[in-house]
Ligand binder design. Structure first.
Ligand SMILES: [Zn+2]
Length: 263
C-alpha cells in the first residue's frame, strides 16, 4: 500500500548573517537555509509547510520596495536567486503551484510567508492571532514582516486556528501552537509510515545549539513564551519525535531533498 505521507524539503531562502542574530552571544557568521517542507498526502493532496522568500527579493532593486530599504542586506539574502523561490522549486519537483491544496505557516515572517501569493487556490492555515499581528505588528517586531507578502491575499481562503489541531482528524498532520518567536507561531508533527514521527517546528527555535543552551534570539517577540516553547520542544524529543527547525543547517542536511523522499 502506498504511504500516507511523502515528504521532501527545499531551501527557499538562504541567508548569511552574524550568528548572534540567531542566538544571543554567538560569534562569527553563519549561512542558513529557510526550509520548506513539501508534503504529499495520499488523501488530502499537496501540502506545504512554509513558503520561504518571495522572488522579488532576488532582484536588488525590487527588494528595496518589496521588503523595504536595506533589508535584503540586513538579512544577508544576497545569495537568494529567482530559482530558490518556492514556485520555481515546486516546478523542479514536478508539481505546479496550482496543485498545492494546503499551505501551513509556522508564522508570517518574510522568510516563511514570502510565497503566499503563488497559491490563490490553496487553503492557508495559520493561527488567528498570527494573522492579526502580521497585519498590524508591534512596532519593535515589524521588521520581520513584509506587508507585501499578504497585502493582496486577504480574499484567499484561510483556516484560522486557535491552538493545537489534528488537522485532518486522522493523526497524520498535527498542528502544535509554539508561541514566543511570534504571537501565533505553530509547528507540525507528521506521522510517517516508515520514518516515524517528525516535527517541522519553524522558528520555535533557530538553532539546535540555542535550544540546548536555552538561549533565545534577537527578534523574539516574547522571550518568556519562547523559553516555555523550548520546554515543549524538549518534550517532543523525549517522546521520540525528531524535531527540525527552519534555519538549522545541520537539520536541513539531515532531511531528504534533491529527489529524496521520506515516507
Ligand atoms: Zn525564519
Amino acid at each position: 500500500m502506498a504511504a500516507r505521507l511523502r515528504v521532501t524539503t527545499v531551501d527557499a531562502g538562504p541567508f548569511t548573517m552574524p550568528k548572534a542574530d540567531l542566538m544571543y552571544g554567538a560569534r562569527g557568521t553563519i549561512t542558513v537555509p529557510s526550509t520548506v517542507a513539501v508534503i504529499e498526502h495520499a488523501t488530502h493532496g499537496l501540502i506545504l509547510f512554509d513558503t520561504g522568500v518571495n522572488h522579488h527579493v532576488a532582484d536588488p532593486e525590487a527588494a528595496e520596495s518589496y521588503w523595504g530599504p536595506g533589508l535584503r542586506e540586513a538579512y544577508g539574502a544576497q545569495g537568494f536567486t529567482r530559482e530558490d523561490a518556492i514556485d520555481a522549486q515546486l516546478e523542479r519537483l514536478g508539481h505546479r503551484p496550482a496543485d498545492v491544496r494546503y499551505v501551513i505557516y509556522s508564522h508570517l515572517h518574510l522568510d516563511h510567508a514570502g510565497g503566499m501569493a503563488y497559491f490563490p487556490h490553496a487553503v492557508h492555515v495559520a493561527q488567528h492571532d498570527e494573522l492579526r499581528h502580521a497585519w498590524w505588528p508591534d512596532r519593535w517586531t515589524a521588521r520581520g514582516y513584509a506587508f507585501r507578502d499578504y497585502r493582496d491575499c486577504r480574499d484567499f481562503e484561510f483556516l484560522e486556528l486557535d491552538g493545537d489541531t489534528d488537522l485532518f482528524l486522522d493523526g497524520s498532520v498535527t498542528v502544535l501552537r509554539t508561541t514566543g518567536h511570534t504571537p501565533g507561531h505553530q509547528g507540525i508533527v507528521l506521522d510517517l509510515d516508515h520514518h516515524g514521527r517528525i516535527a517541522f517546528m519553524g522558528d520555535a527555535a533557530h538553532l539546535q545549539e540555542g535550544l540546548a543552551k536555552n538561549v533565545p534570539m534577537l527578534s523574539d517577540w516574547n522571550v518568556q513564551q519562547k523559553l516555555l516553547t523550548y520546554g515543549r520542544l524538549r518534550h517532543l524529543d523525549r517522546s521520540g519525535v525528531r524535531v527540525f527547525f527552519s534555519h538549522d543547517p545541520g537539520h536541513f542536511a539531515a532531511l531528504p531533498h534533491d529527489g529524496d523522499v521520506w515516507d
